[in-house]
Design a protein around this ligand. Structure first.
Ligand code: DX5
Ligand code: ZN
Length: 218
């Protein structure tokens, strides 16, 4: 299966969101990565449902929604109605993770779990069979444009081992500080999906940057 690129719209031009969503539509990207932050789970507020609704109206590729919010169960149905294909919740924000994953699947979405940099892969031993996508945070969540944390490679190796041991089809997604210097090593280590925000949107030619990234990893 080809390795995926998911541009993070957090780094897009909010004054002209439609244009950036269409750029992603017409690029070699695979998913639209959508970061929802509540100012409580993370020290920043990004955007909420009305903005996600506008993105969904123009997007033609699957919506990969990353919830950086406490108590995400409250909004699972809402994000399904908004058209999310993948809904990721944070391990650290879920008291009853198994129940949350079932609720996401009941709504017809793929269930994702994001892990903060300090959260060990071993904590997924008993849920990996229920997870479609594990999103490894390679920065502390809350902001775009931060530097990649090198320990992520070890986490990918450990996660890959767990996925093999349990014989699941879980995808490994990497989120934060992804660029052309670490993309190849990330997929060679076992990543399946790379999220890239600043590296794509702050580049001179985002379409060409996505194309290059996609070629680098496939
Ligand atoms: C961080 C977000 C990321 C962010 C990545 O909390 O989850 O998706 O947009 O941005 P870059 O690629 O700039 O690190
Ligand atoms: Zn994200």
């Amino acid at each position: 299966m080809s390795k995926k690129i998911a541009p993070s719209l957090l780094a897009a031009d909010f004054g002209n969101l439609q244009k950036d969503v269409e750029m992603v539509n017409n690029s070699d990207a695979d998913w639209h990565h959508i970061d929802v932050m509540d100012g409580v789970f993370v020290p920043n507020i990004s955007y909420g449902m009305p903005v996600v609704k506008s993105i969904a109206k123009h997007a033609t590729k699957p919506l990969d929604v990353h919830l950086m919010i406490i108590d995400p169960d409250r909004y699972i149905k809402t994000f399904a109605e908004l058209g999310a294909s993948v809904l990721s919740v944070h391990y650290e924000a879920c008291t009853h993770l198994h129940r949350t994953l079932q609720a996401i699947k009941t709504e017809g979405m793929k269930a994702g779990v994001a892990l903060n940099p300090h959260t060990s892969i071993t904590l997924l031993e008993d849920t990996i069979q229920d997870i479609d996508v594990v999103c490894l945070m390679s920065v502390n969540p809350g902001f775009g444009g931060q530097s990649f944390i090198e320990n992520t490679y070890q986490k990918i190796t450990d996660l890959k081992q767990l996925i093999k041991k349990k014989n699941t089809n879980t995808l490994i997604e990497i989120d934060g500080g992804v660029n052309s210097s670490n993309a190849k090593k990330l997929v060679d280590t076992g990543a399946d999906v790379l999220v890239a925000g600043s590296f794509v949107f702050k580049s001179e030619n985002p379409t060409a940057t996505i194309k290059d990234l996609k070629q680098t990893i496939n």
